[in-house]
Design a protein around this ligand. Structure first.
Ligand code: ASP
Ligand code: MG
Length: 439
C-alpha cells in the first residue's frame, strides 16, 4: 500500500487574509508539492479586537449593534452556514447584555465567532478560486482543551483520534480542510479560547497531531527580527531558531509568536516556519538546535515595576522563594521575572499589580521581619540565543549601570534596568551581541 506523504499545515493570520488572492495562490502552490494541506485560519484583521471590545462593555447594546455591523462588513458574500454564525453572534451578544457578572465561557463563545466566520468566508473565497475547501470548526472537530477559559491549554492526547479521523476524512476526498484557529472544546464541552494570538498554537497542535512535515505560520509582513526595528534600526531578520530560542523569544515579549506554539512542535520534532505572505524571502525556520548556529535576539519588556524584598538571614529561611511566589500566584499576580540572592528577592511585576503584590506579601514582611522597598520603574532587556552566556564578556560595562537585577541561563540573559535607560540598553546590547556577526 502506498503511504501518503505527511501533511503540511498552513496557518494564515488575520492580516494575511486581507490579501485573499495571494492566500489562494500560496495554498495552491504548497498543494502542488503533492502533500495533503490543512489550512488553519485566525479571525479577519481587527475582528477579535472588536469582539473583545464588545465584551468589555457587556451592557452596551448600542455598541454591540455597531460592532455587529462592522463584523458583518468584514465578511462579505458569506455562504448560508457563515450567515448563521452572524445570527448566532447577535444572539450571543444579547445573552451577554442579560448576563450579570463576568462569564468567561460565554466570553469565549463570543470570541470564537471571529474564527468561525473567517473559515466560512475563506473557504468560499478559495472555492471561488477553484479549490474545494471545507470549513471546519475546531470544537466540533474534537480539539480538546482544559477548562482555563481565555488562556486554555491544548490536550493533544485526548484530541488525537478525533482530529486525525475528522481531517483524514476530508483529505481523503481530495478536499482542503480550513480549520478555525484560536479555540477548542474544553473538558466540560464548552468553547475555550487559547489566549490572544492563539491560532499559531492551534496550528502547531494540529500539525503535531497529524504528524505534519512542517507547520507554516504565514503572516502578512511580519518577520522574526533580532530586535524591534522601531527601537533598533539595524535589527535584522533571523533565518533560523532552535525551539528553545523561539520559546524564550515568545516568553520575553517578542509579539510574533504565541508562547505555547513551540511546545507541540518540539514534542513531535516538527519544523515550524514563520514566513511573510508579502515577501517569500522573509522566513524563520524553527527546528532542533544546531551547534554551528549562533542566533542572538533582543527583547524589551516595559514598563515594569520592581519590588525588593530583603529577608534577614535569608539562607536560614528555606522555602521563602516558594512562599513568595505562592502568595503572588494566589492573587493572582503575574511574576514577570525574579532575581534573587540569598537575602534579597527582586520581583518584577506589571505596574497595575504592584498594590495587590504588596498586600499579598504583608504576611511575609511581618513574619520574616522582611523589608519591602520600591516599586522601582524598570524595563527588562533580554538577550536570547543558545550559548548566550558565552557572550557575557561582550556586555559593555556601562550597560549594567544602575541595574536592579541580572539573571542568566545558557539561553537567555536578562537585565532589569531603570526604565529611562531601557531603550539605550537595548540598542547597546544589540550592537554588542548581534551586530558583530554582520557579514
Ligand atoms: N484572532 C485571535 C487573536 O486575534 C487569534 C489569533 O489571531 O491568533 O488573538
Ligand atoms: Mg487575530
Amino acid at each position: 500500500m502506498k503511504r501518503s506523504p505527511a501533511p503540511v499545515v498552513l496557518k494564515f493570520g488575520g492580516a494575511s487574509l486581507e490579501d485573499v488572492q495571494r492566500v489562494a495562490r500560496d495554498v495552491r502552490s504548497v498543494r502542488s508539492e503533492g502533500a495533503p494541506v490543512v489550512v488553519v485560519a485566525s479571525a479577519r484583521e481587527g475582528v477579535t479586537d472588536l469582539l473583545s471590545r464588545a465584551l468589555a462593555r457587556p451592557r452596551s447594546r448600542s455598541l454591540h449593534r455597531e460592532i455587529l455591523a462592522r463584523v458583518r462588513d468584514r465578511h462579505p458574500d458569506l455562504p448560508l452556514a457563515g450567515r448563521r454564525h452572524l445570527e448566532r453572534l447577535a444572539r450571543l451578544l444579547t445573552l451577554v447584555e442579560r448576563t450579570p457578572g463576568r462569564d468567561a465561557p460565554l466570553g469565549d463563545r463570543v470570541l470564537s465567532q471571529g474564527e468561525r466566520l473567517a473559515v466560512h468566508w475563506l473557504s468560499a473565497r478559495l472555492a471561488d478560486d477553484g479549490m474545494p475547501a471545507t470549513p471546519v470548526e475546531a470544537d466540533h472537530l474534537g480539539l480538546i482543551t482544559d477548562n482555563a477559559y481565555g488562556s486554555s491549554y491544548l490536550l493533544l492526547d485526548r484530541s488525537g483520534p478525533a482530529v486525525r479521523r475528522g481531517l483524514g476524512r476530508i483529505l481523503a476526498t481530495g478536499r482542503l480542510p480550513v480549520v478555525t484557529g484560536y479555540f477548542g472544546r474544553s473538558l466540560e464541552g464548552r468553547v475555550a479560547t487559547l489566549g490572544r494570538g492563539g491560532s499559531d498554537y492551534a496550528a502547531a497542535g494540529i500539525g503535531a497531531l497529524l504528524g505534519a512535515s512542517r507547520v507554516e505560520l504565514v503572516k502578512r509582513h511580519v518577520a522574526v527580527l533580532s530586535a524591534d526595528p522601531r527601537e533598533v534600526p539595524d535589527a535584522r531578520p533571523i533565518p533560523e531558531l532552535s525551539y528553545e530560542e523561539a520559546e524564550e523569544l515568545a516568553q520575553f515579549g517578542a509579539r510574533v509568536l504565541h508562547p505555547l506554539t513551540i511546545e507541540p512542535a518540539r514534542a513531535q520534532g516538527i519544523t515550524l516556519r514563520v514566513r511573510s505572505l508579502d515577501d517569500p524571502t522573509v522566513v524563520t525556520t524553527i527546528s532542533p538546535p544546531r551547534a554551528d548556529r549562533r542566533n542572538r535576539a533582543l527583547t524589551i519588556l516595559r514598563p515594569l515595576r520592581l519590588l525588593r524584598l530583603r529577608v534577614p538571614g535569608g539562607r536560614q529561611r528555606p522555602g521563602i522563594v516558594a512562599e513568595v511566589s505562592e502568595r503572588l500566584a494566589a492573587v493572582p499576580v503575574n511574576l514577570v521575572q525574579l532575581y534573587t540572592s540569598s537575602a534579597l528577592l527582586c520581583l518584577a511585576l506589571e505596574p497595575g499589580q504592584v498594590v495587590a503584590a504588596i498586600r499579598a506579601l504583608a504576611p511575609v514582611t511581618r513574619d520574616a521581619a522582611a523589608m519591602l522597598d520600591g516599586p522601582y520603574r524598570v524595563a527588562i532587556v533580554t538577550a536570547i540565543g543558545d550559548g548566550v552566556l558565552d557572550d557575557l564578556g561582550r556586555v559593555p560595562p556601562d550597560v549594567l549601570r544602575g541595574a536592579e537585577g541580572f539573571s542568566a541561563t545558557p539561553r537567555a540573559l536578562s537585565l532589569a534596568v531603570p526604565l529611562a535607560r531601557g531603550s539605550r540598553v537595548l540598542r547597546e546590547l544589540h550592537a554588542a551581541l548581534v551586530a558583530p556577526e554582520a557579514t
